[in-house]
Write a protein that binds this ligand. Structure first.
Ligand code: ADP
Length: 334
């Protein structure tokens, strides 16, 4: 209801939650991924076995966490959530493994950031459902080998290339999530407008989708901003014109790029003469973290051919130079 939505506006995580699909059937797009998942889920249910471990990879905001939370709901099993950076040592992982019920899901986000010792500890847990536990301390310490309940690990990563082969190979099902089409994002925007109690014209939802970088999380953020905008400046109904005005106010351009995206392209163009330039040097110049650029900025620019990666570094394309020039010219006039 409305109250839950208002409460949800306090923190980004809560925000995500109120719009997050509650079942795989409520998810939009990713058809092939959903069909393969349906096969393994059906088979596990029919054999009355735990689902095999699943790895999701792809840029942020494309639905990795949503899949990981919908699968246990659809299966009616328990769910635990943690992340690579939160697991500093094997002892941090032990409670999750010993608490896991049979067939329950343990979700580890950012699994590429697990320290090596924790990763190795996971191997036997995933494969044989056994772990070593140290009891006592000092000279009294002894190790016991404990059988744990057969559970399912779901891992998510923005960097599948950073996973070691032994870890990757322990996931029988590995799914890559790709960017969404504008039509899929428009459908998400229409559905979420209803959830947010706001009405929207069809051309407006398509316009927002075109400027959401192929990413449901970005589409939801745009929609929330535009909803505030039309509530403040108009009668609460989203038209094409109001959507355009609201996005202009946030400096989101016709391709959906925001200030950070343009600053990144502009840095390569102006400071590095169009490239090639190394990501560390670009990040340093922009005063940004290289990981943030690689995870959140580059994937969409690469996908839309505004950026290319060469052995010698990142380079902008003619398309991006023209786009940046167009924006600068418009700014000059305004
Ligand atoms: P990730 O874990 O890949 O960073 P999330 O699963 O947190 O991304 O997705 C971000 C938000 O986008 C979710 O809260 C949800 O509202 C929305 N979302 C993601 N995928 C879909 C989808 N397939 N259909 C509808 N909404 C989606």
């Amino acid at each position: 209801g409305r109250e839950a939505i208002l409460q949800g506006e306090s923190s980004p995580n809560e925000e995500d939650k109120s719009l997050r699909p509650q079942s795989i059937s409520e998810m939009v797009g990713q058809l092939e991924v959903r069909e393969r998942l349906k096969v393994v889920v059906d088979a596990a249910v029919k054999r009355d076995e735990p689902l095999g471990h699943i790895l999701f990879d792809g840029p942020p905001g494309l639905g990795k966490t949503t899949f990981a939370t919908c699968i246990p709901k659809d299966l009616g099993v328990n769910f635990q959530l943690t992340s690579g950076p939160a697991l500093q040592a094997p002892k941090d992982l032990v409670p999750y493994l010993t608490n896991a019920d049979e067939k329950s899901i343990l979700f580890i986000d950012e699994i590429h950031r697990l320290p090596k010792a924790v990763e190795e500890y996971l191997y036997t847990a995933m494969e044989d459902f056994r772990i070593d536990i140290v009891l006592g301390e000092g000279t009294n310490a002894r190790t016991i080998n404990l059988q744990i309940k057969p559970f399912t690990l779901i891992g998510a990563t923005t960097r599948s290339g950073m996973l070691t082969a032994p870890l990757r190979d322990r996931f029988p099902l590995r799914e890559h999530l790709d960017f969404y089409t504008n039509e899929e994002l428009a459908e998400i925007i229409r559905r979420n407008s209803r959830k947010l109690d706001v009405t929207i014209d069809d051309d407006a939802s398509l316009e927002i989708s075109k400027r959401s970088r192929g990413t449901p999380r970005v589409a939801n953020n745009r929609l929330r901003w535009i909803r505030d905008y039309v509530t403040s400046k108009a009668d609460g109904h989203i038209t094409m014109q109001l959507a355009q005005d609201a996005m202009a106010m946030q400096e989101i351009d016709s391709l959906g790029l925001d200030n950070q995206d343009r600053k990144y392209l502009n840095t390569i163009i102006r400071v590095f003469a169009g490239g090639p330039a190394g990501i560390e040097a670009i990040a340093h110049t922009m005063n940004a973290a290289p990981e943030t650029l690689a995870d959140e900025v580059e994937p969409f620019l690469l996908r839309t051919e505004l950026l290319v990666r060469t052995p010698r570094g990142r380079m902008v394309t003619t398309k991006s130079v023209e786009h940046i020039q167009k924006i600068m010219a418009a700014k000059g006039k305004g």
